[in-house]
Design a protein around this ligand. Structure first.
Ligand SMILES: CC(C)(COP(=O)(O)OP(=O)(O)OC[C@H]1O[C@@H](n2cnc3c(N)ncnc32)[C@H](O)[C@@H]1OP(=O)(O)O)[C@@H](O)C(=O)NCCC(=O)NCCS
Length: 264
């Protein structure tokens, strides 16, 4: 019997020591359990089902991202019922309830590497370095919904275990991530005191990057319809590219965050 699924949040965390060539179950004890659960789901779906190489699944955005993992409580029989020769129960069945990770999604803060080039083919993450430092602030090429400058956050790596698909689990995760960011719209805004103006790519205070509700996804083309249902619009200007052998498109959505995203 399955109980109501529950969601656990994992904020940005130190993942030093994570070995991308090893499976989630073989990682050091220092790696947070919620993140390992997210990687278990990603291994099942992206690596085993979709054929992405294991070492390409973990990337340098994982440490600075927020992750959500959804669990189902699964009741399993650990010792069966025992009966005597006359059929009388001599020992009751023993069962245990275990929480199983069944889905995950992540939210990557700005800044990002440049938008992928239309028609290009990428493996590992597009233009990604293996450094744990976030990419620098840049002026990107303008697309249909992005002027190349506005900070945007990126939803991605959504995955639901095959046997749990088709019953709205992905929608619950997308809603959880979007509700969280609407409630915490300033969470990713950089601190000028810590970063310094130069590293923010600006010399004037009115150009300090402030998140104004813009969200992006790099959607697998076959899932674009689902992202449309979740409020995203296809960005024609971003074109189509290939990541890990899978066709991708860019999509954007602007969340209403009231006056909290107004530039100072
Ligand atoms: C895509 C995925 C996360 C959807 O998970 P799910 O739990 O089955 O999705 P939901 O049940 O919440 O479906 C949400 C909506 O999208 C639609 N949908 C789901 N998958 C779809 C697909 N592949 N194509 C078109 N529509 C789809 C559903 O019909 C549903 O619409 P509704 O709300 O109007 O009924 C899941 O199929 C998956 O893990 N796929 C493999 C990994 C992957 O491709 N990730 C996407 C990377 S961009």
């Amino acid at each position: 019997m399955a109980a109501t699924p529950f969601i656990v949040f994992q904020g940005p965390t130190n993942l030093e020591g994570y070995n991308r060539k090893r499976r989630p179950s073989e990682q050091p004890a220092s790696i947070p359990k919620t993140f390992l659960d997210a990687m278990e789901v990603r291994e099942q779906v992206f690596v085993l089902e979709q054929g992405v190489p294991l070492e390409n699944e973990y990337d340098s955005d994982d440490a600075r991202a927020c992750h959500w993992v959804i669990y189902a409580s699964v009741n399993t029989i650990i010792e069966p019922e025992e009966t005597d020769a006359a059929g009388n129960i001599v020992k009751q069945q023993q069962s245990a309830t275990k929480s199983q990770p069944i889905g995950t999604i992540r939210l990557v803060p700005f800044p990002h590497t440049p938008h992928p080039e239309p028609g290009a083919s990428y493996t590992l993450d597009p233009l990604e370095s293996t450094s744990s430092e976030p990419p620098p602030y840049i002026v990107d090429r303008a697309t249909t919904y992005h002027d190349g400058k506005e900070p945007y956050i990126k939803l991605g790596r959504i995955a639901i275990l095959k046997e749990f698909r088709g019953s709205g689990i992905a929608k619950i995760l997308v809603n959880a991530a979007m509700t969280w960011v609407q409630q915490n719209p300033t969470y990713f805004n950089p601190s000028v005191e810590i970063m310094g103006m130069n590293n923010l790519g600006t010399s004037s205070t009115d150009e300090i990057p402030v998140w104004q509700g813009l969200m992006c996804v790099h959607a697998q083309e076959q899932v674009a319809k689902a992202w449309e249902r979740w409020g995203f619009h296809l960005d024609e200007g971003m074109g189509t590219w290939v990541e890990e052998g899978i066709d991708h498109v860019g999509m954007f959505q602007r969340l209403n965050i009231g006056n909290q995203g107004i530039l100072p």
